[in-house]
Design a protein. Structure first.
Lengths: 252, 509
């Protein structure tokens, strides 16, 4: 008996955005629900631009974005309801405490007060934020601020989490904690689309990896698929990545 | 060749930074604006000289020896200028203490911190001096043109006043550090700066209201009561005023005082400045805990969540509180005028109407900038499932409710004295605040909240439109409160300004 393919968390067709030069140039991508997808690429390859368009922070010049069956360009509010965006610069307010921040984010996503309170308590506990829960964010370290922002991204239980370099500036302990939180979410059926420069993170965490260069997705697949595509044999992801970027092979 | 690490070398570095900072503040980093800016500066100078000529037209500036009336006016001008300089200097010193800027680099280098901070204190004098000269120089020039070269002494006096203002500000802020600690100094110093800046003008206005039931401070300065009570013209107390007229002894005394005080300040405080900066850095890292938990996680709408966030952020920022306090302080004289006119009604109430409208417009513009342009997490709001128009509406509501909260009591009190004036004031405050907020919406550009002081750099047109709109609504309100049909013309002008602003705003393009 044939199994039906898993529903798609994210489907991108011919996505393009041009600033002074093409930043994203006709990308097609499909991320099934419950998948951890990592985007790799050199600086200026168009990763952040693509993620910002998926999160509704930037309008594409052409193409379509579908999130859990919702046309994100036609109904951005409905798409945003199931999406969370987290960048390397934590989007938090210096004068609010983590608790107040989570309360505000829950209000933005329309989460009921009692539900939000319970989730916030879990997240605060889970991310080790309890000692700082009543401190204003201005006095928190970069890693703690990033954890507060992550808690904000998770408090409304998104189905698709979009992360842009979430490990920048995190110490080893915090990075491990964030990784385990993301893994748990994926286990629970959530999908993750993440960019990173830390290849070890991509190698260990991603179900599939996409390589983007000069605005185009030049390869995507599992690590083994990428290795065979690069023709590099049993080598590290770093070697595979560099080989793919060097050849600039456009996936057929 | 300047030796690296020398006073001259540090001064050159500081000068370059200050120049680029000033240029950025004026042009917002756009090169094309430099030419427009130069033209604008020339127009400003011409306008200021014309204004000064008009203001000084009735004064006999060529009199051989100044009488008491003239000395009183000169001293009042000096005290007013100095209080404004002191206010600016306190703010500059506080900013220097708390902004980390390049201190990590400087303090971790083998450069003498005392030498570095001596230059930075001198740079503060230069900043205060430039700001003072922008306003005072045209008046001095007109005085020299009409009264002769002896008025050139005013320039030396202004330099001395700037040096004294910075010296007192440094000593005052350092004293606050010792008395109340670095954690509280920032807020107290900011409030002090606001009070000092407005204090003298407000004091004179309060005296004028008390004695003459008018808001004009000149009534007090020119009153026989004050002239008769003032010391004899030969008194040493008039020396600062006489120094303006280049009387040798007075001028030398002022120069000596300024040099001695400033020299002592640099010698005493420059070596200690690094300690204050480190203490301030420690204070800013100290966690600030909030004890109130009760209001969190209640069922509230998106609009309520946004409004609540805006109010909390406004309330918790001492810098912003002191900046807005400066504007609210100017409401004290009209409040006092209302109080003194209670039970009498009449013309005093009419005077209050434009002041309230003007204040509301200015405050609304500032709050709207903070809520709309100074959003610290724009990506969070943009990625939330909230239409941008709805988010904007909620932020506008937060501003308008804050305005109602501040100005409501004044209007209620006014209603008890003069109901018609209260009605006009109520309408005017609403229109003035709505206009200023609309202009901020039309010209909105994303900025950092910490750039509040420089909010005018993002759009000069928005700044002028906001000021003109507030003035027009204030004028309209005054005319309407006085029962004049000319108020209709005032209203049309205000609407035309708004229409013009909308037409040229980026949101229309």
């Amino acid at each position: 008996m044939d199994h039906a393919p898993p529903p798609l968390a994210l489907e991108i067709r011919d996505l393009a955005k041009r600033f002074e030069r093409p930043a994203v140039d006709g990308i097609d991508l499909a991320v099934p629900a419950g998948e951890f997808f990592t985007l790799l690429g050199p600086n200026g390859a168009g990763k952040t631009t693509m993620l910002r368009m998926v999160s509704g922070l930037l309008k594409p010049d052409r193409g379509t974005i579908t999130i859990y069956g919702i046309d994100a360009l036609a109904d951005p509010v409905a798409a945003k309801r199931v999406t969370a965006w987290l960048s390397d610069e934590p989007m938090i307010y210096d004068k609010l405490t983590p608790i107040e921040y989570l309360d505000f984010v829950a209000g933005l996503w329309g989460v009921a007060g009692d539900v939000a309170s319970a989730r916030a308590a879990d997240l605060i506990e889970w991310l080790g934020l309890k000692p700082h829960a009543q401190e204003r964010c201005e006095s928190l370290s970069k890693g703690t601020r990033q954890k507060v922002a992550l808690a904000g991204a998770l408090v409304h239980e998104p189905k698709l989490i979009v992360l842009d370099e979430p490990f920048t500036g995190l110490d080893a302990g915090s990075a491990r904690l964030v990784k385990s939180v993301l893994r748990e979410r994926v286990k629970a059926g959530c999908s993750v689309l993440m960019t990173t420069h830390i290849l070890e993170v991509a190698e260990r965490m991603a179900d599939r990896i996409g390589v983007i260069s000069e605005g185009r997705l030049i390869a995507d697949g599992t690590l083994d698929e990428l290795r065979s595509k690069a023709g590099a044999g049993e080598v590290s992801l770093e070697d595979t990545f560099l080989a793919l970027i060097a050849t600039g092979t456009v996936e057929a | 060749m300047i030796r690296a690490g020398s006073i001259a070398w540090i001064a050159r570095h500081e000068g370059r930074l200050a120049w680029r900072d000033l240029l950025w503040m004026m042009t917002a980093g756009r090169r094309r604006r430099a030419r427009t800016l130069a033209l604008g500066f020339i127009v400003f100078l011409l306008f200021m000289h014309g204004f000064a000529a008009l203001m000084l037209a009735s004064y006999d500036l060529g009199a051989s020896s100044p009488d008491k009336r003239m000395l009183v006016m000169l001293m009042a001008t000096l005290v007013l200028s100095w209080s404004l300089m002191l206010s600016q200097a306190i703010e500059a010193v506080t900013r220097a203490f708390y902004s980390r800027a390049d201190f990590d680099l400087v303090l971790s280098s083998p450069l003498s911190a005392g030498r570095f901070f001596a230059v930075r204190i001198a740079a503060m004098v230069q900043t205060v001096l430039l700001m003072a000269l922008a306003v005072a120089a045209p008046f001095v020039d007109v005085a020299v043109w009409r009264g002769g070269a002896r008025w050139l002494g005013a320039y030396i006096v202004i330099v001395v006043l700037a040096a004294l203002a910075v010296s007192v500000a440094v000593a005052l802020t350092a004293a606050l550090f010792r008395l109340i600690g670095p954690k509280r100094t920032r807020l107290v110093a900011q409030i002090l700066a606001a009070v000092v800046g407005a204090g003298f003008v407000i004091g004179l206005q309060l005296a004028a209201i008390q004695s003459y039931h008018t808001i004009s401070r000149f009534m007090v300065l020119q009153s026989d009561l004050l002239i008769n009570a003032a010391p004899a013209t030969s008194s040493v107390l008039w020396w600062p005023a006489r120094a303006i007229l280049s009387e040798p002894l007075a001028l030398i005394a002022m120069l000596g005082l300024g040099t001695a005080v400033f020299g002592a300040t640099v010698c005493f405080f420059a070596p200690r400045f690094a300690g204050y900066v480190l203490a301030a850095a420690g204070a800013s890292h100290a966690p600030k805990r909030e004890s109130r938990k009760s209001a969190a996680f209640r069922n509230r709408s998106v609009a309520a969540a946004l409004r609540r966030k805006e109010w909390m952020l406004l309330w918790r920022d001492p810098w912003l509180v002191s900046q807005t306090l400066m504007q609210l302080l100017y409401l004290l004289p009209p409040a006092f005028l209302l109080w003194s006119a209670f039970g009498q009604g009449g013309t005093a109430s009419i005077l209050v109407v434009p002041v309230l409208i003007m204040g509301a417009g200015q405050l609304a513009g500032a709050l709207a900038w903070l809520a709309i342009c100074g959003e610290d997490a724009p990506d969070l709001i943009a990625s939330a499932p909230v239409p941008s128009a709805r988010a904007l509406r909620s932020k506008t509501e937060a501003v308008m409710i804050a305005i109602a909260f501040v100005f409501g009591p004044f209007i209620v009190f006014l209603a008890a004295i003069a109901p018609f004036c209260a009605l006009v004031a109520c309408l005017g405050v609403a229109l003035g605040a709505a206009s200023a907020t609309s202009i901020q919406i039309w010209f909105r550009t994303q900025a950092k909240r910490s750039h509040f002081r420089r909010r005018q750099t993002s759009s000069r047109i928005a700044t002028y439109a906001e000021a003109l709109s507030s003035c027009s609504w204030a004028g309209t309100g005054a005319l309407a409160a006085a029962g004049s049909w000319l108020a209709i013309a005032g209203g049309v002008i205000a609407l035309a300004i708004l229409g013009g602003a909308l037409m040229i705003s980026p949101s229309k393009k």
